[in-house]
Design a protein around this ligand. Structure first.
Ligand SMILES: CC(C)(COP(=O)(O)OP(=O)(O)OC[C@H]1O[C@@H](n2cnc3c(N)ncnc32)[C@H](O)[C@@H]1OP(=O)(O)O)[C@@H](O)C(=O)NCCC(=O)NCCS
Length: 186
């Protein structure tokens, strides 16, 4: 049974161009259709498989439904066509979280992710009391860097030769939005 998402801190968010909401088991077909393009996984971590099968989709949904306060589906015209996720830090990093996002290939280049991240980032920082929201982008992914710049993230620096993706050694570019002051009791 999917959890009652209405009790979650950020159960859904209207981003104007699309809606963020919890993943549901019946998103499987749309998830697989949108995730199975090679270019989608190119910008993401190795654990986002290519080719993307029905089993991959089922495994993801089984987890995402349980992690509904960290993973949101991007819903467009009633279908889940992409995702946004938060990976919160622990201990001294507890006010920091990494941001992840992807969109089905056919929806690229319409300004959708810029609008989605622009709406999500400030809401997530306020809701989860984050002082730092950051993203790590492969150096061969200029579209993702552009999204972050347009959504108010600052380019902080480059981690040289940080990852191997599909046999290619890549630099990583770090982008972040930060709040400089600590709340009392944090
Ligand atoms: C990265 C991604 C999320 C972008 O989503 P999107 O909705 O197409 O992004 P937008 O349309 O809002 O903005 C894309 C921007 O990148 C620019 N862009 C696209 N390809 C580019 C390229 N090769 N070089 C430079 N800029 C490029 C676009 O022109 C646009 O900028 P503009 O509005 O100033 O013209 C989408 O391509 C995706 O899901 N990729 C696969 C997963 C991924 O890489 N996720 C991010 C991991 S860090």
């Amino acid at each position: 049974m999917p959890p009652d998402s209405s009790s979650l801190p950020l159960p859904q968010l209207d981003c104007g161009v699309a809606r963020l909401r919890s993943w549901r088991p019946d998103d499987l077909d749309s998830l697989v259709a949108n995730a199975s393009h090679a270019d989608v996984s190119r910008g993401l971590r190795d654990r986002f498989p290519y080719p993307y099968t029905g089993d991959d989709g089922r495994a993801w949904l089984a987890r995402a439904v349980d992690e509904a306060d960290r993973a949101w589906a991007i819903e467009l015209d009633g279908a889940a066509v992409g995702g946004v996720s938060l990976h919160p830090g622990i201990d001294v990093h507890r006010h920091s979280a990494e941001l992840g996002y992807w969109l089905g290939r056919r929806y690229w280049g319409r300004g959708l992710m810029t609008a989605i991240i622009g709406a999500f980032a400030p809401r997530a920082m306020a809701t989860f009391r984050l002082h730092r929201l950051y993203a790590t982008v492969y150096a061969n992914n200029p579209a993702s860097m552009r999204v972050l710049e347009k959504a108010g993230f600052e380019r902080e620096g480059v981690q040289k030769s940080a990852v191997v993706k599909r046999g290619e050694l890549l630099d990583i570019v770090v982008y972040a939005r930060v709040r400089a002051s600590l709340e009392t009791g944090a």
